[in-house]
Ligand binder design. Structure first.
Ligand SMILES: CC(=O)N[C@@H]1[C@@H](OP(=O)(O)OP(=O)(O)OC[C@H]2O[C@@H](n3ccc(=O)[nH]c3=O)[C@H](O)[C@@H]2O)O[C@H](CO)[C@@H](O)[C@@H]1O
Length: 378
């Protein structure tokens, strides 16, 4: 007779993501879940940004095990939401997971959490508790975060401040401070990236990215205007890897294509994006993930948003929120470029978003949650 109790079944986890930044932040989590003896993750790509997600996964030696169909043409949020909700619901019905794990605040993450919630499957949320306090900024992501956290039974907060929001909203149960898995990704990428343009000696590299929906239209044109003015300086070269969305690409190329010292590139492999941040003297961005990565790489940030849900980076002295007015951006960039002492002080690598071990904490917390569930139902 076997003296030991039968092994408990492994926890089936559907790890759902649809965009480049989610894929980047989920790859280390996927690896940590695979390393855990009691957890059985399945990677499910929603089809929101299939090509960018496939590229990121390949950089981490992964590929999706479930690939949902690419989104239909037509970019309206209601159509995309309905499509993603339905397709993730079908994947959940087929895979019958014990947990659906989502990350961040994209439409894919929101639709996947809602599909799980409607199917009665528990939801885990990586990067829980970020709040700008303004549902219009970032839009629609701020609402997605709030809604996903409301549905989640496991909330993994990247920082103490994010955890504090969750404790205020939900009490202290099931909030774990893990660090941000984007920092884990910085340590786990398989290849060292390259700076994809040659920067003339004596010139400083300014890196620009902007693609947020709330910046489409007039704000993006004001940002491009500021970049055009900065490009008149002989001591800089500007690199702007463009998001493939036509609303972004057309507006930016319309104003900046062909200007001296301005390099407009396509979307870069993740490792090259990291290499550029390492090499840049200054980053101007509305990206959330790059606000987290750049401080760890010693690159100061000017945040092209009205508010940031990442106050940690401002409090640590590595970033300033400058908004999207041409004059505001120019004044902040010039002030820094002309004050080498201040720029150097902002260029010391700091780690407000964790130590690169967030994913193992998440895997081990899910493992403990699963053990507790199995014991309760035994
Ligand atoms: C409202 C908001 O803040 N939401 C965020 C949003 O994403 P984001 O704003 O961070 O999105 P992007 O800027 O697209 O991606 C950034 C990543 O892409 C890399 N990169 C960049 C250019 C390039 O050419 N090649 C690359 O590889 C770059 O190094 C970085 O890792 O969704 C995330 C997921 O849910 C959330 O966590 C997060 O809150």
């Amino acid at each position: 007779m076997n003296a030991f109790p039968p092994p408990l079944p492994g926890c089936r986890i559907l790890v759902v993501f649809g965009t480049r930044p989610e894929a980047i932040k989920m790859m280390p989590v996927l690896a940590a879940l695979r390393d855990h003896p009691r957890l059985r993750p399945t990677a499910c790509a929603t089809g929101q940004h299939p090509a960018l997600v496939a590229d990121v996964m390949a950089e981490f030696g992964e590929r999706p095990e479930i690939e949902l169909g690419a989104l239909p043409p037509g970019r309206g949020l209601p159509l995309l939401t309905g499509y993603l909700l339905t397709s993730v619901a079908s994947a959940i019905a087929a895979a019958r997971p014990d947990l659906v794990l989502v990350q961040g605040d994209t439409l894919s993450a929101f639709a996947a959490a809602l599909a799980a919630h409607q199917a009665g499957v528990p939801v885990g949320h990586v990067e829980a508790g970020l709040r700008s306090g303004d549902l219009a900024n970032p839009w629609p992501e701020e609402f997605h975060r709030v809604a996903i956290d409301a549905m989640a039974v496991l909330r993994f907060a990247p920082t103490e401040q994010a955890a504090a929001h969750l404790r205020t909203e939900y009490g202290s149960g099931q909030v774990l401070v893990t660090g941000n898995t984007g920092i884990d990704a910085l340590f786990r990428a398989r290849r060292t990236g390259v700076v994809p343009v040659a920067i003339a000696p004596g010139r400083r590299l300014l890196l620009v990215t902007a693609h947020r929906r709330e910046n489409w239209g007039a704000p993006l044109l004001r940002i491009a205007e500021a970049v055009a003015a900065l490009a008149q300086r002989e001591d800089v070269e500007i690199v702007w890897p463009l998001h493939p969305n036509p609303a972004v690409r057309d507006a930016v190329t319309g104003r900046l294509a062909g200007l001296p010292r301005v390099h407009l590139l396509g979307a870069l492999p993740y490792c090259d994006s990291v290499a550029l941040m390492r090499a840049a003297s200054l980053l101007l961005t509305d990206s959330g993930g790059m606000q987290e990565e750049a401080p760890a790489l010693g690159c100061p940030v000017l945040v092209l948003r009205e508010v940031t849900e990442r106050p940690e980076v401002v409090e640590a002295g590595a970033a300033e929120v400058v908004g999207t007015s041409t004059e505001g951006i120019l004044a902040a960039a010039r002030a820094l470029l002309e004050d080498p002492v201040r720029l150097a002080a902002m260029s010391r690598p700091i780690f407000p978003f964790g130590d690169g071990r967030a994913s193992e904490r998440i895997a081990s917390a899910i493992g403990a949650w699963w053990e507790a569930r199995c014991s309760a139902s035994a």
